[in-house]
Design a protein around this ligand. Sequence first.
Ligand SMILES: [Zn+2]
Length: 338
Amino acid sequence: MMNREKYSRQILFPPIGAEGQERLLESKAIILGCGALGTAQANALVRAGVGTLRLVDRDFVEESNLQRQILYDEADARARMPKAIAAARKLQQINSAVRVEGVVEDVHNRNIEELVRGFQVILDGTDNFEARYLLNDVCVKLALPWIYGAVVASYAMTMTVLPGSAPCLACVFPSPPEGAYDTCDTVGVISPAVSWVTAIQVTEALKILLGRHHELHGALLAYDIWKNQFQEVRPRRDLQCRVCGAREFAYLNRTAPTHSSLCGRDSVQIHAAAVRQLDLAELKTRLEQFGRVRVNEFLLIFSVDPYELTIFPDGRAIVKGTHDPAVARSVYAKYIGG
Ligand SMILES: [Zn+2]
């Protein structure tokens, strides 16, 4: 039975009403990435009573996240909690009547279909083009709506992709930008820019979950909240689009496995060649002779000057202290094994 009091102010809003609220409670949304965008989206969706929410993130909480990643606190940073777990716990305290599932995983072409299948809308909380083109591939393939969102400094951008009826990401941006581009790790980010873009993403998600597709904004919206510069363009579908036209899913069907990827300014993520089950307690005993080791129930942190390795039970690791994948792989091989 629905708790009418909890959602009373939202039920009073005519486009939602009691019927819409029931529908939201039966809905399923998924957020990829639990950083600034993902935590703001999750906070709003859980308070709105979206019945099932899955959060997927590969990373752990650090002090520099707290300025804008609204579901985390100092204790999460001290404990190095995986973001998906810390967020899910906080969200269940906010609303115990919805189902929140935190998944600590790196999203890649071998697991994304399984992760998103069965959900009605996907919100983009990722921070890189690679992940977004992969998401675009899978959403066009499975005909799932997704809501692109990106933010850097005081500038943010969003677009809603409805496969089949609206342009996809590749219609608008056929290829990723070349060379180096600004990221939150190089030029920073302010939280009001996050609030602006996630407010639009969440509103679009609610419209999709309520079946009110005719009320979607239908544009590529961009706003610099510091300079007060707003842009709205209405892109069209590219009939020659390699993804939604030709249905070539290059990011999804890529065969070469990725062994490592940049992850922030001075970190490299190492993907284990094959999924394995590491015994973190055993690993702790083995590594203690080389440096400082800390373990919680989700991960192990190993500090060996000048590096810090965060190791997950499936063999994945984040090596901090270098931006060189070769160096990171050799540190990994030395202590964890190939
Ligand atoms: Zn397209």
